[in-house]
Design a protein around this ligand. Structure first.
Ligand code: HEM
Length: 134
């Protein structure tokens, strides 16, 4: 039934190929029948089986057709409980995109700059030491 409520732990019990639930925007979908037909491959669906796939699904930028297929797989809604993993990549209740994607790119960028800086400093020290030795 499409109006059944599942807790996160209910959903996490359906994580095999033949019995594959996933959560997108707090709705619970049974993707078992679709795994073999997914144009993006079965691997990615199995990866998010029994979990919140919102981020993975939205990151790909699925078409309206994909969303219609998703609608057809609906089995219920997610009943959130305290201690559940937070929904990913969208503001709860909000419709606009969050900045979390840009934020994570920013953090990655800082890490690269930092590592680059450390390497450059190391190289500089090394060269300076070599010059001293001559
Ligand atoms: C039950 C949920 C899902 C449905 C119904 C679905 C449906 C589809 C459909 C119909 C397409 C064809 C392109 C389009 O119409 O947008 C597609 C492509 C794709 N999907 Fe999904 N998808 C689901 C979940 C996911 C998840 C969780 C991922 C994880 C990363 C994913 C990754 C992809 C990728 C990478 C493609 C592009 C394949 C290509 O262009 O070669 N999908 N999906």
């Amino acid at each position: 039934m499409a109006d059944k409520e599942y807790t996160y732990s209910d959903v996490s019990e359906h994580a095999s190929k033949k019995d594959l639930f996933l959560v997108v925007h707090d709705k619970v979908y049974n993707a078992s029948s679709f795994v073999d037909e997914h144009p993006g491959g079965e691997e990615v669906l199995l990866d998010v089986g029994g979990q919140d796939a919102t981020e993975a699904f939205e990151d790909v930028g699925h078409s309206d057709e994909a969303r219609e297929i998703l609608d057809g797989l609906l089995v219920g809604t997610l009943k959130r409980q305290e201690g559940d993993p937070k929904p990913k990549s969208y503001a709860s209740g909000g419709s606009t995109a969050t900045t979390s994607d840009t934020a994570s790119i920013g953090v990655g960028l800082y890490a690269i700059i930092l590592i680059g800086g450390v390497l450059a400093f190391g190289a500089y020290k090394y060269l300076a030491a070599q010059q001293d030795g001559q």
